[in-house]
Design a protein around this ligand. Structure first.
Ligand SMILES: *Cc1c(COP(=O)(O)O)cnc(C)c1O
Length: 235
């Protein structure tokens, strides 16, 4: 006897369905932490995925998207924004100083401010463009040599200097904990650092650990593969 054909697709296997599942899990984590409904915003990380996938998420009500490369964002987002004026683009990846001007022109939020030279370049680009995206400082909470982010020793001084320099455009902090080990202590460290500086935005938590980040006080979680599926391997 022939085996029956597999269904071509499963109704849970769409961007809209995965987005709804992530939103439900965020709401459950917020409630479990005793935090008010709506305390956490979802940034859907669309890097490497086509504009059509972003369109699916927009149609399902998602407004904030994260991209880690300025060039890729510049190719995808101006056309998407034209059709969806409420769209908010977060640049979440390491920023080279020669891409800063484009980033300031494109982004609503830049989450990867992590060194004095980049602060200089951002200040110059904000002046030149007459436009100031919201800024988050990326902290290398694990002090990993290969990773972006200001080190924990230098972080307090850098945050204080950026508050003076950027004023209200500086909104908060972002981190990517070490890949191995428990991320919770890193999440708690970042939330405490933000509170110490009176900064409201705490961007932390990805597909594998956003529930833990929400328990530790995240205001923004950056979730990619749980919404858009596995990314093609980078060549
Ligand atoms: C890719 C990426 C994410 C999302 O990662 P997933 O594991 O796919 O959810 C979040 N933050 C940053 C900075 C990223 O580069």
């Amino acid at each position: 006897m022939d085996t029956p054909p597999l269904p071509a697709s499963d109704s849970s296997d769409t961007v809209a369905a995965r987005l709804a599942a992530v939103q439900a899990r965020i709401a459950a984590a917020v409630a479990a932490a005793g935090r008010p409904a709506g305390a956490v915003q979802l940034v859907a990380v669309s890097k490497t995925h086509l504009a059509a996938a972003v369109e699916e998420a927009l149609a399902a009500g998602q407004v904030a998207f994260g991209e880690n490369r300025v060039q890729e964002a510049a190719g995808k987002f101006p056309a998407l924004r034209a059709g969806h004026p409420g769209l908010r683009l977060h640049i979440i990846g390491g920023l080279q100083t020669n891409k800063v001007r484009d980033a300031v022109r494109l982004a609503d939020v830049i989450e990867s401010l992590d060194r004095p030279r980049l602060a200089d370049a951002l200040a110059a680009a904000i002046d030149a463009e007459g436009r100031a995206p919201a800024l988050l400082i990326q902290v290398n909470t694990g002090d990993e040599p290969q990773k972006a982010g200001i080190g924990t020793e230098a972080a307090d001084g850098f945050i204080a200097a950026c508050r003076v320099r950027f004023g209200p455009a500086l909104r908060g902090l972002m981190c990517i904990p070490p890949a191995d080990g428990d991320p919770a202590p890193h999440f708690r460290l970042l939330a405490a650092m933000a509170a110490r500086h009176g900064l409201k935005t705490v961007s932390m938590g990805m597909s594998g650990d956003y529930h833990l980040a929400i328990a530790a006080g995240a205001t923004h979680v950056r979730v990619g593969s749980a919404i858009f599926g596995v990314r093609p391997a980078v060549a």
